[in-house]
Design a protein around this ligand. Structure first.
Ligand code: URP
Ligand code: ZN
Ligand code: ZN
Length: 474
């Protein structure tokens, strides 16, 4: 059914203006003043912002990790994302050395296809580079529309790849038109520091942070940047947590390297002292890179404001406190790394960023949606409000106050890392391709209605026909 979103203030990455939006067949078909369309459903957005749906470029839904599996799957995770104003996620598809890439991709399709309530895509983890892997990559890109690869520089003996793998992935990515993403921490040094801490009997959650100091993130970020420069390739550094890493990105960008950085809401508003909470509660805040000393928050906000960091991912990787985080009660290295962030990404950036004058309203849209759409081959179908784009839209009440809590959140996990934090601004209604998923703060979507998104190559524009559903069944 056609819909008209009426009287809202439309905000894109570059403009703010009042107009109505006509939606038909999942697309924005007209934007103008006082649109008249017979039979269209009227949606009142008076006093509300009308944003392009959020794009979360960094999630781990139903992912095996740390001896367990993340609590939120593609159903609970995407429902929570939708409540928070996110209409697309790009999840990390894990691969295993020696196994066909398609096996991993099929596993991720199977996890997601009947569950997701919003649109979704996958990044592909590269755990090794050899002739067999290189042979498969063109098909992965062309058939699956997977145009971003992820290399872990940490998690030794689990996900960590060596520098040769990173460098060869960068070379292949340049050739194939793909963006390389890195988890930038020096895994070898972390391995040494953690063993040393355990030998000294230092087992509490705070040692997670103390054995992954900012220098190891800064060093790995700088190394990845140099390798990207050497390969003349393109690089995206995920979850930047500290000034050391943000500075390395800014330095490489000043030399003209094609490097992009993402931070996450948790690094903008929480700090290392949370890991010192008594009764093992610090484990709720164990993720990698770790939370940093508070002064880093200013550096991260400043980097977002000046465009040195360009996106915000949730790094959603949720584990229950009881039954999952407590695997590491006697040894911090056994605490599954990750936190529940998918739902509050948008609100925190609006409340702490826009309302506190750290970023502008248009920057907010750019950081939460448009830039990710551009970097990850979804623009202009996604990431903006324009005629011809998918009608992925958030009607946002900018004055509504709420207190974040596990009592009211929609994630499946038993705690919220931002518990008790008051935020202003809330997504009231959320549309994916013109259909309500959230209507007046109620979930009205359908598991399985989210579509798999094939993405354009790095730097290429998406055309409407590119974005088709594709699920390989072999
Ligand atoms: O601790 C984290 N961030 N867990 C998820 C995996 C990753 O490193 O992104
Ligand atoms: Zn990571
Ligand atoms: Zn992650």
């Amino acid at each position: 059914m056609k819909k008209i979103i009426r009287n809202g203030t439309i905000v894109t990455a570059s403009e703010t203006y009042q107009a109505d939006i006509l939606i038909a067949n999942g697309k924005i078909v007209s934007i103008g003043k006082q649109i008249i369309e017979k039979g269209a459903e009227e949606v009142d957005a008076t006093g509300r912002y009308v944003f392009p749906g959020g794009i979360d470029p960094h999630t781990h839904l139903e992912m095996p990790f740390g001896g367990t599996v993340t609590k939120d799957d593609f159903e609970t995770g995407t429902i929570a994302a939708a409540f928070g104003g996110t209409t697309s996620v790009i999840d990390f598809c894990l691969t295993e050395k020696g196994k066909p890439l398609y096996q991993a991709i099929k596993t991720w399709h199977d996890k997601s296809k009947d569950k997701s309530v919003i649109d979704y895509s996958f990044h592909l983890m590269i755990s090794e580079i050899n002739d067999r892997v290189l042979e498969q990559l063109p098909e992965v890109i062309d058939q699956e529309g997977i145009t971003s690869f992820k290399v872990f520089m940490a998690y030794k003996n689990v996900f960590q790849a060596d520098d040769e793998t990173l460098y060869r992935t960068l070379l292949a990515a340049k050739e194939l038109g793909v963006l390389v993403m890195v988890h930038a921490e020096n895994g070898d040094v972390i391995e040494y520091l953690t063993k040393d801490a355990l030998q000294k009997g230092q087992t509490e959650p705070i040692y997670h942070a103390l054995t992954r100091p900012p220098e190891v993130e800064g060093e790995a970020t700088g190394r990845a940047a140099q390798l990207a420069g050497l390969a003349s390739s393109q690089l995206y550094v995920v979850h930047v947590s500290c000034k050391e890493a943000a500075d390395k990105i800014a330095e490489a960008r000043s030399k003209g390297f094609d490097i992009h950085g993402e931070t996450c809401p948790q690094y903008l508003v929480l700090d290392q002292t949370y890991l010192e909470k008594p009764n093992f509660e610090g484990a709720k805040y164990v993720w990698s890179p770790p939370l940093r000393e508070k002064w880093n928050q200013d550096a991260l906000w400043n980097a977002l404001r000046t465009g040195q960091l360009e996106t915000i991912g949730s790094d959603q990787c949720s584990f229950d406190f009881v039954g999952q985080k407590d695997l590491g009660r006697d040894d911090f290295t056994k605490i599954p790394n990750g936190g529940p962030m998918i739902e509050d990404r948008f609100s925190i950036l609006f409340s702490e960023g826009v309302l506190k004058g750290r970023i502008s309203l248009n920057q907010f849209v750019d950081i939460t949606s448009t830039k990710a759409a551009k970097l990850f081959g979804l623009f202009p179908n996604k990431g903006t409000i324009s005629v011809g784009a998918d009608a992925d839209i958030v009607i946002f009440n900018p004055t509504r106050k709420r207190t974040i809590s596990a009592e009211t959140h929609h994630m499946a996990v038993d705690y919220n890392a931002f518990e008790g934090m008051e935020v202003t601004g809330e997504a009231e209604s959320v549309f994916v391709r013109g259909e309500f998923v959230i209507k007046n703060k109620q979930f009205v979507g359908t598991p399985g209605s989210g579509k798999y998104m094939k993405r354009a190559k790095y730097g290429e524009m998406m055309t409407v026909s590119d974005q088709v559903d594709t699920v390989r069944s072999e």
